[in-house]
Design a protein around this ligand. Sequence first.
Ligand SMILES: CSC[C@H]1O[C@H](OP(=O)(O)O)[C@H](O)[C@@H]1O
Length: 355
Amino acid sequence: MANAPSNAILYDKIRAVEWENGRLKLIDQRLLPGKFEHLYLDHLPESAKAITDMVVRGAPAIGVTAAYAVVLAARDRYKENPNGWHKAIQADLDLLAEARPTAVNLRWAVEHMRGLINAGIPGNPLMRLLSEAQRIHADDIAANRRMGELGAALIETGSGVLTHCNTGALATGGYGTALGVVRAGYAAGRIKSVYADETRPWLQGARLTAWELVQEGIPATLIADSAATYLMKQGKVAWVIVGADRIAANGDTANKIGTYMTAVAARHHGVKFMVVAPTSTVDMKTPDGAAIPIETRAEAEVLGFGGTRTAPEGIQAWNPAFDITPAELIDAIVTEKGVVTKPTRDKLVAMMKSA
Ligand SMILES: CSC[C@H]1O[C@H](OP(=O)(O)O)[C@H](O)[C@@H]1O
């Protein structure tokens, strides 16, 4: 961490979400990089709101948060009615699953915990559900480290890379998916330069990815999203490396708005395109990108910049939070189970079935 500030938070210690003393503890990512503050939550409804309001965001981080939120709900419902808690909690689970529509990790975590509940947990469910949530959290971090190794191995030494949005420790259980590959690739000496899109309108790149890379002392360059294509034309990047919120059965990938145009530009300029996501982001029940629900967020996020309105009254805004990158524009999908090059449904099915 040669270039890191003296008060740097070790990237390996950054936890977007934690269970601490019986409470759900979230970094309030709306305040970064200016303020590093936590929210402490004790109930599922406020946890669901924290996901909707993007206190915590990032597909895997949302899934881990949801798993802990189910523990909060079980504690409340068991206290209210030790004999009927497992029925009363169903409505809580439904509410939580609707907190954000695109990232399948949320629904994956809720339905995984629901399955555990419906299979029957004798006595007080708290410890059983908490240990499962903590396993999901630990598995996500382990998956990210594995993906970091697998993704970094694809990158030729001396490469420049471009990343979009935030896919680091702040977007996951820890370490990161696409930014985990950047971390591993830089540590291995394969990545020479890192470029980060600012990622309008929520500025995950300018506020969160930039913060993580500075904390870690990885030299990086922030660019406007609209500069990405010109950067590729300059021949400065060999790979675009992004995360995912949902990978459909045919490999079409939902990710932060702006990913699709970056993939088109990458293909035009001969830049390779890597999607990095754990298998909890792969949704084999969704046949293709057209079937992935795309979240539309408040117009105000587009009508302003950094919380200050910039557009005149009277103008409308359209604010899809994600777009779909078709599988044919993706050179590699990296999961903890392995790398799928030129993804197709058959290749994804085989990967998902592998040990
Ligand atoms: C580790 S993948 C994170 C994924 O989530 C982001 O969206 P949001 O910040 O709205 O939750 C973005 O799509 C990232 O690629």
